[in-house]
Design a protein around this ligand. Structure first.
Ligand code: NDP
Ligand code: OXD
Length: 321
């Protein structure tokens, strides 16, 4: 025993390497994995818990909890639990996570700009056929959710030459990105009507459930030279209507999609989404949380907390993110 309050970990960790990276980075603090303990055990004296999609009843087993750490940047998995105690919730904000997300976003935007789904089909068909190639600057990308992730993606997409606009509740982005016009919730239609590629980087809250639906997709602007409009979502699947995505891909309201998140995960093998040539799907893998960085982040926040300094990256319970 280290004499420090242990960190309780409630998440599936399939790789030994990740477990090592987390435990060895905790500066000698004991790490207790819930999955190794009896279901009925009450964890007295555990002040800190690191959680990802925990069992709904977990918090009833943590009577002395003082801080909840989310393994993800999103915290909807915590609010889905029963009786979440009234203690600070710290989410994961990490430059490496942000970089990975922007890589995924740029990859998807470029794939649709350069018509990768159509060229993959031509290759399967052994067909030599050249498609038109508009410049990135002719395409407007609209990002819904301009927080840590959205604003970094906006900066990188701008560097690639796209025209980028952003939408958020406040009409502001987490960090200002030169040349990016911002829209607030009252100006959603004006934002959508000029967007050729719509990117979702929103948290899942009561206000964002099902926000990406036929009504929204119908307002997007087609660009005649590429399969468009395009919808790209790496926020949360609960924000999208998959029935609407399927019907919009079928009738051409959408020309392509890239989805990393789904209403139910894992995506059912029978989902119609799998079989669209113009749908690029990844298994909630746009940006994974690195466990060595996680250990550094949790240790740093615990040090601040124990020194009486304010915690960083706190979740606002009223907003839900
Ligand atoms: P932030 O909290 O930094 O940013 C959230 C953004 O969404 C802000 O711009 C906020 O606006 C906006 N927003 C929230 N609610 C609304 C609303 N009702 N209407 C309009 N705008 C709204 O979050 P991050 O950028 O760090 O992360 C975003 C999400 O990405 C996470 O919550 C998570 O769900 C997802 N994610 C997915 C990953 C993956 O691998 N697929 C990996 C990591 C995160 P304002 O600032 O004005 O309040
Ligand atoms: C996150 C995620 O929220 O991985 O970080 O989805």
């Amino acid at each position: 025993m280290s004499g420090k309050s242990p960190l309780l970990v409630a998440m599936e960790m399939s790789s030994i390497r990740s477990i090592d990276r987390l435990t060895s980075g905790m500066g000698g603090r004991d790490v207790v994995f819930v999955k190794d303990r009896p279901d009925e055990e009450i964890f007295h004296d555990v002040k800190y818990a690191l959680v990802w999609k925990p069992d709904a009843k977990l918090f009833s087993r943590l009577p002395d909890l003082e801080v909840i750490f989310s393994v993800g940047a999103g915290v909807d998995h915590i609010f889905a639990c029963d009786d979440v105690p009234d203690v600070p919730i710290v989410r994961f904000v990490d430059p490496d996570l942000t970089t990975r997300m922007s890589e995924w976003i740029c990859l998807q935007a470029l794939s649709h700009l350069r018509q990768a789904p159509a060229y993959s089909r031509f290759q399967r068909e052994h067909r030599w056929h050249e498609l038109s190639q508009p410049q990135a600057s002719e395409i407007t990308i609209g990002i819904m959710g301009m927080g840590e992730l959205g604003s970094d993606a906006a900066a990188k997409l701008s560097t690639l030459g796209f025209r980028v606009i952003g939408w958020s509740r406040s009409g502001k982005s987490s960090r200002e990105v030169a040349g990016v016009e911002m829209f607030n919730t009252h100006r959603l239609e004006a934002f959508l009507r000029q967007t050729n590629m719509l990117i979702g980087l929103l948290p899942l809250t009561e206000d964002t459930i099902g926000i990406f639906n036929r009504k929204v997709f119908s307002m997007l602007e087609r660009h005649e030279e590429i399969a468009s409009p395009v919808f790209i979502n790496a926020g949360r699947g609960g924000s999208q209507s998959e029935a609407d995505i399927v019907s919009c891909l079928r009738d051409g309201t959408l020309g392509g999609v890239s989805l990393d998140v789904f209403e139910e995960e894992p995506l059912d093998a029978d989902s119609l989404l799998w079989d669209f040539d113009n749908a690029i799907l990844t298994p909630h893998a746009a940006a994974v949380s690195d466990m060595a960085n996680m250990a550094r982040h949790v240790s740093a926040q615990i040090s601040r907390y124990e020194a009486g300094e304010p915690l960083q990256f706190l979740v606002d319970r009223n907003r839900g993110y």
